[in-house]
Design a binder for this molecule. Structure first.
Ligand code: FVH
Length: 299
């Protein structure tokens, strides 16, 4: 989508600090949606293509922030780089939107420090990879939390690169949702790696066909998250149980025996299997998996 100068000037200006892979994708999306864009990056050369598309560059983060009349978006490597970039900048009256991945505590601390310097603050957790940005059909979105009024004011602008989901006024909640989903993804990757290791030595096994089976199975099983949520809400961990823990724990012995037969290290699975076994030993074999949540939290 091309936007001429007049349509660009009618949109909210965006200031973007950070032109890594994600920052650059965000920048292209805002330009494509017609937003005037000011960018700053530690390595200035990365702004070249964006300038040719109509972005202007600022010489320093402080200069970029000083000239901002709309949201100031940070998309940097980590919390330490955000602190470094904001150091010495005048934040009074500015609308900061931090899309850098961090922990909930880092987000809360940054909110406190930013607000103490006179800024409004919104934290974000991006649930998308760069090719999904500016392409709503991919389903990418961003969790936001913090200043609700700031979110509503800039909602339309924030939705140009990806969908926007507000998770509450606790500035740590976007990061909490982000890391919870990423943690679940990491566990899933571990399971996928173990499954491929099991079949890896089979010369006549079609890995592409196997991947399709794996994908369908994981998709079908992912629905169990809703059952676990219902059990955690009600406190009755036997509610709606389809596959009970005693049966699953016994089945784990088969999975471990098969791993041994295939010479596969079971280390990615055994920590969770140990929790399942502990819960059964405590007399909860009729439950589903919800009881393992408390074991993880040490309660
Ligand atoms: N890319 C992805 O797939 C994921 C998707 C989900 C969200 N993450 C998070 O987004 C943040 C930025 O990620 P990125 O992909 O843009 O990361 P890089 O390409 O590595 O770019 C890093 C930018 O940060 C700048 N930077 C690093 N350290 C400093 C510093 N001390 N001072 C100032 N800027 C710094 C770096 O500058 P340069 O190397 O180009 O000079 C880049 O602009 C991130 O939190 C992901 O977890 C992405």
């Amino acid at each position: 989508m091309d936007h001429d100068t007049s349509s660009r000037s009618s949109r909210t200006p965006v200031t973007l600090l950070g032109l890594g892979d994600m920052g650059t994708a965000l920048a292209h999306a805002w330009l494509a949606a017609g937003h005037p864009l000011t960018v700053w990056n530690r390595t200035p050369a990365k702004a070249g293509a964006l300038v040719r598309e109509g972005a202007r560059t600022a010489p320093t983060p402080a200069a970029a922030i000083a000239s901002a009349t709309g949201p100031v978006v940070l998309c940097l490597l980590d919390d330490a780089s955000v602190t470094e970039v904001l150091d010495g900048a005048g934040l009074g009256g500015k609308d900061l939107v931090n899309l850098t991945t961090g922990t909930p505590e880092q987000a809360r601390d940054l909110a406190r420090r930013s607000e103490a310097r006179g800024a409004r603050f919104l934290d974000g957790g991006i649930m998308a990879v760069p090719p999904m940005i500016g392409r709503p059909e991919t389903g990418g979105y961003v969790f936001y939390s913090g200043d609700r009024e700031l979110f509503e004011r800039h909602r339309e602008t924030l939705e140009a690169p990806a969908g926007a989901r507000f998770t509450g006024t606790d500035p740590g909640h976007a990061a909490l949702h982000d890391v919870a989903l990423l943690s679940a993804m990491t566990g899933m990757f571990a399971g996928i790696a173990h499954a491929f290791a099991l079949v890896d030595d089979e010369k006549d096994l079609d890995r592409t066909a196997f991947a399709a089976l794996l994908t369908d199975w994981l998709r079908a099983m992912a629905g169990s998250a809703q059952g676990m949520a219902a059990q955690l809400e009600s406190g009755d961990y036997t509610e709606g149980v389809v596959s009970n823990l005693a049966m699953m724990a016994a089945g784990n012995d088969t999975l471990l025996a098969a791993a041994a037969d295939q010479s596969v290290d079971p280390r990615l699975l055994t920590p969770y299997m140990d929790l399942m076994r502990r819960r059964v030993t405590q007399g909860h074999g009729a439950e589903g998996l919800a009881g393992t949540v408390g074991l993880l939290r040490g309660v």
